[in-house]
Design a binder for this molecule. Structure first.
Ligand code: SAM
Length: 233
């Protein structure tokens, strides 16, 4: 069992459990005193810990040894326009599995949802990190208007602008090192104004993901895979 906790991890501090964590470990997973749990907090790597106290409303874990050092994923962000709930959850989950530094939901001209449940998406990111063995949990940023994001963009970070209008044409990801962001549009695609603006930016490269129109969730996974194979480590 792997568990994300907020507390610092190390050989000296015991780790008290919240009611929910105790319920999960002792109620759902049927663990008991002496059982081993892998812990991570996004800062101190992964630690193997043993259950020292187990109760209905809480418990205590004691770290034994570090099993993974803290590592950061490659410096790529995923920018995407939120779609239906389950598909948005899928995008967040896959982005964590593939390894991104930050997840930024963006509101574009054709984005359906005006708001997101940031806390829910962040909880999904934690669950995905627990499941995939990662020690880093990317922050899920608040929903930001694409225009606003581009107005204040740090030009040192290149944007791989996944443009469905390119489908089948050129549009390859350049093997340029440095920080990157992948931008995926909504089900309705990008507006002509957005496309024009992005195509006019020196630090944005239009990317094709092949000759067919992919759903936004498929496009996110395809683009991250492409980035991994070209620039990832
Ligand atoms: N409604 C749009 C249309 O029919 O042209 C399709 C939008 S697509 C469902 C959602 C997003 O996935 C697009 O905005 C784009 O970012 C990405 N995408 C899908 N297929 C793509 C492709 N072949 N090349 C590049 N990006 C693609």
């Amino acid at each position: 069992v792997r568990l994300f906790v907020e507390q610092p991890l190390g050989a000296v501090q015991p780790v008290p459990l919240t009611r929910e964590q105790a319920h999960y470990l002792f109620g759902v997973m049927r663990m008991a005193v002496g059982d081993a749990v892998a812990l991570f907090n996004g800062r101190d790597g992964e630690w193997q810990a043993d259950v020292a106290e187990a109760g209905k409303r809480g418990g205590i874990l004691v770290c034994r040894e570090q099993s993974q050092p803290q590592v950061m994923p490659p410096d790529v962000w995923l920018l995407f326009a939120p779609i239906k709930k389950a598909r948005t959850d899928f995008i967040v989950e896959k982005a964590v599995e593939m390894g991104v530094r930050r997840i930024v939901p963006v509101q574009t001209a054709h984005t359906n949802s005006e708001r997101i449940r940031q806390d829910r998406l962040q909880a999904h990111a934690v669950e995905a990190a627990e499941q995939c063995g990662g020690v880093f949990v990317p922050e899920v940023a608040e929903l930001t208007k694409l225009d606003r994001l581009l107005n204040t963009w740090d030009t040192a970070r290149q944007i791989a602008f996944c443009d469905e209008a390119l489908a089948g044409e050129t549009g390859r990801l350049p093997a340029a090192p440095g920080p990157w962001a992948i931008l995926i549009g909504p089900e309705g695609g990008f507006s002509e104004d957005e496309r024009k603006r992005l195509r006019g930016m020196d630090h944005a490269t239009p990317i094709s993901l092949g000759p067919r129109i992919l759903r936004a969730d498929t496009a996110a996974v395809a683009a991250l895979t492409l980035w991994q194979s070209t620039l990832g480590d």
